[in-house]
Ligand binder design. Structure first.
Ligand code: IPD
Ligand code: CA
Length: 290
């Protein structure tokens, strides 16, 4: 197999993201939805239509590469391998899409040896397109190099953090998450991190892209999937950020590990201390099934 041409791959993904974005914008808030794992894990016909559109186009353009997409994923059958693979979430932020809340995107990644290598994340409502190629930097709308913000200290107490409630609202994982949220938010006189604030874009790919841009300091989540994080991951790394694990001690998580902690660019020693300080507030161990 010839070496993948990453520039051509990125350009193709950008064109597809913009095409899919038109469909998403037109249909947001106007489509019925179904449940998947439970009553808050949702899918619409547009998620499926966008995945089909992108999958078909990629099959024509790059027939030699594999494809992993949220809506066609079959557990145990379509797992990620070392082969060059497109990884797609047709709509990341489906709940927002259903509610016409303007925070959803298409997340298109390309992985080599299971490592995120090209990423495109596009929110058609705000017209923000984040993209990156390994070794070539990360950009907003093709021209603004990430991060966009001026350098500032990375400290847990002064951090703006993205967290998500996810669709799994029972048992150990829900308890670990909610207890951790409390420990991060609480006043330091009660032992909390007393972080500046918490945000939820409702989309893993947008949260990670916002960390890459420097809008937020970090994003912690357990329970999402390779298609939620692959594209954002390379955008984050190319902007100087790091992806650590969602549980304590995991510095090099796999793209399909379901446990992530995305931290914005800063000095490596600052990033290390920040991650360790954050892990110190995790109340237990997340145990999502891979
Ligand atoms: C979800 C979003 C959400 C995250 C969930 C994901 P979906 O993806 O990224 O922010 O908390 O874990 O499943 O369902 O909108 O594609
Ligand atoms: Ca999705």
């Amino acid at each position: 197999m010839t070496e993948p041409n990453l520039d051509i791959i990125k350009e193709t993904l950008v064109a597809l993201a913009r095409q899919a974005g038109e469909v998403m914008k037109e249909k947001s808030g106007k489509t019925s939805f179904d449940d998947k794992a439970n009553a808050v894990d949702l899918v619409t016909e547009i998620d499926k239509a966008v995945e089909e559109l992108v999958h078909n186009a990629l099959t024509v353009a790059f027939p030699e590469y594999k494809f992993l997409g949220e809506e066609s994923y079959v557990p145990g059958e379509s797992e990620l391998t070392d082969e060059p693979t497109f990884i797609l979430d047709p709509i990341d932020g489906t709940t927002n899409f259903i509610h016409s809340y303007p925070s959803y995107c298409i997340s298109l990644g390309f992985a080599l040896n299971k490592k995120p290598t090209v990423g495109v994340v596009y929110n058609p409502v705000t017209n923000q397109l984040f993209s990156a190629i390994k070794g070539k930097g990360a950009y907003l709308n093709g021209t603004q190099k990430l991060p966009l913000t001026a350098p500032r200290p990375l400290k847990l107490q002064s951090a703006l953090l993205a967290i998500e409630w996810g669709s799994d609202r029972t048992g150990n994982n829900f308890k670990v998450k909610t207890d951790t949220f409390k420990s991060l938010a609480a006043d330091s006189k009660d032992g909390g991190a007393f972080a500046h604030g918490f945000r939820s874009a409702g989309s893993a790919a947008l949260n990670i892209s916002y960390a890459a841009a420097g809008y937020i300091d970090a994003y912690w989540e357990g329970g999402c999937w390779a298609w939620d994080v692959c594209a954002g991951w390379i955008i984050l790394e190319e902007a100087g950020g790091i992806m650590a694990g969602g549980n304590k001690g995991e510095w090099h998580p796999a793209v399909d590990s379901r446990l992530y902690f995305a931290v914005r660019g800063a000095e490596p020693a600052e990033q290390k201390k920040f991650v360790e300080d954050f892990w110190g507030h995790i109340q237990g161990t997340l145990d999502y099934k891979v």
